[in-house]
Write a protein that binds this ligand. Structure first.
Ligand code: PLP
Length: 330
């Protein structure tokens, strides 16, 4: 396949039939979103929001795109803006991973790092507050606002949701949730095409998205300290909440079994699907799709780093290895 414009090669990511020894009662399919141009599911939102925004006159070549993100959306949006000659400002915070900061800084027109913690002890509300104050005084800004922009959900409805439904008669689909756009769009499409399918949201302990008690979380890309407005349009049947240390063990188990590194939220989804189907039997194997939002290479200083795990979870290397082995066996 010859691609003349790599940034248009968004979507149509592989759907892999995953052979899982403990999940023989289901047919499990992994949607590999790391195959998108900047390495994550967020390319679908960036591509769609910017192109539809220009097409519908919501933005123009003089617009400055602004977003609060220390993760995949910031990386993706700043790259797409640069390709499309649009100015782009990204608001980040001190918890950003060095690799993400490098990627965003290398692409965005401007990067603003907030330093003040919000009332929950994190930075999300400070970042959003700053974006609000900037756009209030300057009409040339367009805030892509991943927590509430219907164009973001539309991106996933039209591309990711459609691709999964075209390839598979879906019985279940599992997605990690953070700002909520992915599950909102995908769930709408899946329910439209397969009304009896179940949409399962995956969240982590410490996130408030599904009403959990807030506490500091360490793994980026999953969970949130605010409930995303966009989720009111999502069609979710079940929620599985997993622990962060268990997620780390799941990431490492996946790597041992399947030979590639997966991102933190993918590990949460991988773990959730095991918990959900443990002990369940079926007359006919259901088709289960799991969306893996990114790959693990950007997590080698965290999820795959024993020192980081020991520091953040008070778990020694030996204990971690035995937890991974336990996950592997059970
Ligand atoms: C790695 C990863 N997984 C999952 C998600 C969840 O997607 P959403 O923000 O649409 O809920 C994100 C969002 O940034 C992500 O970066």
């Amino acid at each position: 396949m010859i691609v003349t414009e790599p940034f248009n090669a968004v979507g149509n990511t592989p759907l892999i039939l995953l052979r899982e020894p403990k999940l023989e009662q289901i047919s499990l399919f992994q949607k590999c979103e790391n195959f998108n141009p900047t390495g994550s599911v967020k390319d679908r939102a960036s591509f769609h929001v910017l192109n539809k925004g220009l097409e519908r006159g919501i933005i123009n070549p003089n617009t400055t795109i602004i977003e609060s993100s220390s993760g995949n959306f910031g990386i993706s949006l700043s790259s797409y803006c640069r390709k499309m000659n649009l100015k782009c400002e990204i608001v980040i915070d001190p918890d950003i991973l060095a690799v993400n900061e490098y990627l965003i800084t290398s692409q965005a027109s401007k990067v603003i790092k907030v330093t003040e913690r919000d009332e929950g002890g994190g930075y999300l509300l400070t970042r959003i507050g700053l974006v609000r104050s900037l756009i209030e005084n300057n009409s040339s800004y367009y805030w892509t606002c991943q927590y509430g922009n219907p164009l973001v959900a539309e991106a996933y409805y039209e591309s990711l949701g459609s691709e999964i439904c075209d390839d598979l008669a879906v019985d279940y689909v599992f997605l990690g949730v953070s700002s909520g756009g992915t599950i909102t769009g995908v769930s709408q499409r899946v329910k439209e095409r397969y009304p009896n399918a179940a949409v399962v949201a995956v969240d982590v302990e410490g996130s408030v998205v599904f009403g959990g008690r807030p506490h500091k979380r360490k793994i980026p890309g999953i969970g949130s300290s605010k409930r995303p407005e966009i989720l009111s349009e999502a069609r979710i049947d079940d929620v599985v909440v997993v622990g962060e240390l268990d997620t780390i063990c799941a990431c490492r188990t996946y790597t041992k079994r399947h030979g590639t590194l997966i991102g933190g939220s993918s590990g949460s989804v991988y773990l959730a699907v095991h918990k959900y189907f443990q002990g369940k039997t079926f007359l006919k194997k259901p088709n289960v799709a799991v969306v893996f939002a990114d790959s693990g290479e950007r997590y080698t200083s965290t999820v795959y780093n024993d020192e980081w795990v020991a520091e953040n979870f008070e778990t020694e290397k030996k204990e971690l290895a035995s937890r991974v082995a336990e996950f592997w066996m059970n």
